[in-house]
Design a protein around this ligand. Structure first.
Ligand code: ZN
Ligand code: ZN
Ligand code: ZN
Length: 340
């Protein structure tokens, strides 16, 4: 039956319409994405030794490589401007730092094809970047995110992510922060620690887990194969993770992306990112570190979901249930289809 589900993190609703999945055609057909990329592309601005737009040259790096984005969305020295007219036309300047993190010198690899040790190096860079950027007094929030695949607007297949440090806390983490605080005041416990307990009891939305982390399809998932990665221990930021937890995080991140690729035996596009506590927050202890994966694919590697109509004007809607998406992700192997 059609029903609504509540997202306690953002306090938004999603409409679930399982009966609609039987419709003969859903979503837009996309060209089948190709998995074949060269190991090195002389025209790639992220490959080692190549020149980037703007004239900077990448070093001959051999593991990860971090640089300031040549076309940053935010600038560290933006002048302070404020506009306010009758509380209706309101704006202000925003400062920030935008960086790019190359995961590997190999142009053709993705997290799902990298070794555990290589992914661990990426996890360590994430933790270092967010810790050092959050230490800058004017930085309010550090957002790490990866757009994978052309469908998600990734302009370059070379495996990389971005780190944006902004002077203010963006809307989504700000909503989550308010929810974490309100929940703690009311229940004297953590929203996501309590939620994880429920999910581990029910099991039906769990995708995979290890000693320290769980990947699950949240009860309120909007995107067809949306997942969330949660730590079993209450920690507010990546830099708090012990070295063994970082190994476990690398393992779970790797397994989630392998399972995604295995669903349609094709590179699976997604936007993923971590939500860590706001940088200068006094009440950061209420925060529970987690990652969101938002993949746009629906029923095959060529059919994608769009957020239009009711979803733009009302609230999001999904057809396949989070439980059946979790079952599908659980069924596929932990070994990449190209490595079998
Ligand atoms: Zn490249
Ligand atoms: Zn917690
Ligand atoms: Zn979140």
């Amino acid at each position: 039956m059609p029903h609504r589900r509540f997202n306690p993190l953002t306090r938004e609703w999603v409409l679930v319409s399982p009966h609609r999945a039987l419709r003969p055609w859903l979503g837009k057909h996309e060209e089948h994405p190709t998995a074949n990329q060269p190991q090195y592309d002389p025209n790639c601005y992220l490959c080692p030794g190549n020149e980037r737009a703007g004239g900077n040259r990448n070093p001959p790096y051999t593991s990860t490589f971090v640089f300031d984005n040549d076309y940053p969305a935010l600038l560290p020295d933006a002048p302070v401007i404020e506009v306010e007219e009758s509380s209706l036309i309101v704006g202000c300047s925003e400062r920030g730092i935008c960086r790019v993190v190359c995961f590997s010198p190999r142009h053709d690899l993705t997290i799902s094809r990298m070794s555990e040790l290589e992914v661990l190096q990426v996890v360590n860079v994430w933790a270092e970047q967010s810790e050092s950027l959050a230490a800058i007094p004017w930085v309010g929030y550090v957002q790490i995110f990866e757009n994978r695949g052309e469908l998600m607007g990734a302009s370059n297949p070379h495996p990389h992510c971005q780190v944006w440090a902004a002077s203010t806390v963006p809307d989504v983490p700000a909503k989550e922060q308010a929810s974490f605080l309100e929940y703690r005041d009311k229940h004297h416990s953590c929203l996501l620690c309590d939620y994880l307990c429920l999910e581990l009891k029910h099991q039906e939305r769990i995708v995979c887990e290890n000693e320290s982390f769980v990947a699950l399809v949240p009860f309120w998932a909007v995107w067809p194969f949306e997942t969330m990665v949660l730590g079993k221990r209450h920690a507010a930021q990546l830099s708090e993770l012990s070295s063994s937890e970082r190994v476990q995080l690398a393992d779970i991140v790797r397994r989630v992306s392998i399972r995604y690729d295995n669903v349609f035996e094709a590179p699976f596009p997604y936007s993923m990112g971590f939500h860590e506590k706001p940088a200068q927050s006094e009440s950061g202890s209420a925060w529970h570190l987690h990652a969101h994966y938002f993949p746009p694919l629906l029923r095959s590697s060529s059919v994608r979901k769009f957020m239009v109509g009711f979803e733009l004007l009302g609230n999001p809607q999904r057809d396949i249930t989070p439980e059946s998406a979790a079952a599908r992700l659980r069924e596929v192997a932990d070994v990449h289809y190209l490595d079998r």
